[in-house]
Design a protein around this ligand. Structure first.
Ligand code: AMP
Length: 418
């Protein structure tokens, strides 16, 4: 094979597309019920947006971005996530001046040059929301409910929902100092990767998956013990509201998440049905991002979740029932004369909203029946020379095997009758 798909990317083939439509329809449906409206931003942005928005010390910016110079020597980057783009658009289009709270959602491809494995690709798809404008815990909880509702209505079980508070720029520096003090004491036991993070991003050492790191940091101080007078009550309020909704959660003091912009609430939804890449999605509050990107101070909260991982879980469900939509009618024309007679009928029926097809390969009756079965046709219409001469067509209902003869001129009426 001369041409191959790039490493870490995947084709979605026609035989699988119904699964994607099923997820996407559910996501759009839930978003609409929660009154989030879709925002679409470009696939690429100026590189500085992500550097400033996500943070230079993060893996995403430091190691994983697809960055290139265009022919005008502008540095552009394929979007690795959406929050920075959404906030850029929010500021640039003065959305905050039109209404005090903007609730938006998105769905689309993201790009990160990671080492591919199950559930980890270089082009992957995310859906997510951003609620821009509210500082209140109820808004944090609403974003959590959006994602949980999508998962629940798609039939997912065995989810664990973890929350934490990562503090703010008032309380985090003091915590960071304490953490670094602690880490210095156990430095020799840390992995190389964690050692490298000591100066740039020490908080992330806490969510290292390396066994040695986990053991060495067992007694590390946690952010939740250092929360300030603004962050602590907010965190308590989020927990209370989750309990009010009857949502089970665990507090995970080590949950930090990879992106720098989080303040206060951070959360993650994991699935026991995934392998090592067990995070379905996550999110949190980012009260300072808007001003960091040149806008007015605007408290905001959102989440992002992966579609490929969602699909892996859905396919593993024992009672997975992703609906396949078959044809309403398959037209079997035996001979070109019959085909000429049937095509206008089929066109009229398609215009009446039924899904139909006809054989374009002039195959035998048997082959065309096979095709009708492949497309899960509910009915087939059969016309050969004999029927044509009589002005009749045979309609066969596939489920029952029942056959009736109707005048060709009445096919549309007969097939569109409820
Ligand atoms: P993040 O934007 O890193 O917080 O990721 C949010 C979610 O996007 C993750 O929980 C995954 O479901 C998905 N995700 C992130 N990176 C990848 C990737 N490289 N491949 C597939 N899914 C990803």
């Amino acid at each position: 094979m001369k041409y191959k798909i790039p490493t870490g990317t995947k084709d979605v083939l026609p035989s699988d597309i119904h699964k994607w439509h099923h997820m996407e329809d559910k996501i759009r449906d839930v978003m609409t019920r929660f009154n989030y409206r879709e925002i679409r931003t470009p696939i690429f942005e100026y590189t500085d947006l992500f550097k400033r928005g996500i943070g230079e010390a993060t893996d995403v910016v430091g190691k994983e971005m697809y960055t290139f110079l265009d022919k005008g020597d502008e540095s552009l980057t394929l979007r690795p996530e959406m929050t920075a783009s959404v906030i850029r658009s929010y500021i640039e289009n003065h959305l905050g001046e039109q209404q005090p709270l903007n609730k938006v959602y998105y769905l689309g491809p993201m790009f990160r040059q990671e080492r591919p494995q199950k559930g980890r690709l270089r082009q992957f798809h995310q859906f997510g929301v951003e609620a821009i404008g509210s500082p209140h815990a109820a808004q944090d909880v609403e974003t959590m409910l959006v994602s949980l509702t999508v998962y629940e209505e798609l039939g997912l079980r065995n989810l664990s929902f973890k929350i934490n508070s990562v503090g703010c720029r008032d309380c985090r520096p003091r915590y960071r100092e304490e953490l670094v003090k602690f880490l210095n004491g156990i430095k020799d036991r840390l992995s190389e990767e964690s050692k490298n993070r000591m100066a740039s991003n020490p908080l992330r050492i806490l969510d290292s998956k390396n066994k040695g790191d986990v053991e060495a940091t067992k007694n590390a101080p946690l952010m939740k013990e250092f929360l300030c007078d603004s962050c602590a009550p907010h965190f308590a309020e989020v927990q209370k509201k989750l309990k009010d909704h009857g949502i089970e959660f665990q507090i995970d003091g080590r949950l930090v998440r990879g992106l720098d912009y989080y303040t206060k609430t951070a959360y993650e939804i994991q699935s026991d049905d995934l392998g090592s890449q067990n995070a379905l999605g996550g999110g949190g509050r980012y009260d300072l991002l808007c001003e960091d990107l040149g806008g007015k101070p605007t408290p905001s909260v959102g989440f992002a979740a992966g579609l490929e991982r969602l699909l892996i879980v859905m396919e593993s469900l024992p009672d997975s029932s992703i609906p396949v939509s078959g044809l309403d009618v398959y037209f079997i024309a035996l001979g070109l004369r019959a085909q000429d007679a049937l095509m206008p009928q089929m066109h009229a029926i398609r215009r009446r909203n039924l899904r139909c097809d006809i054989d374009f390969l002039q195959r035998s009756l048997k082959a065309q029946m096979r095709e009708a079965n492949r497309h899960q046709a509910k009915k087939v219409v059969i016309v050969g020379d004999q029927e044509l001469d009589a002005g009749e067509a045979v309609i066969k209902t596939m489920e029952t095997g029942e056959q009736i003869s109707v005048p060709i001129a009445q096919l549309v009426e007969e097939l569109t009758r409820r």
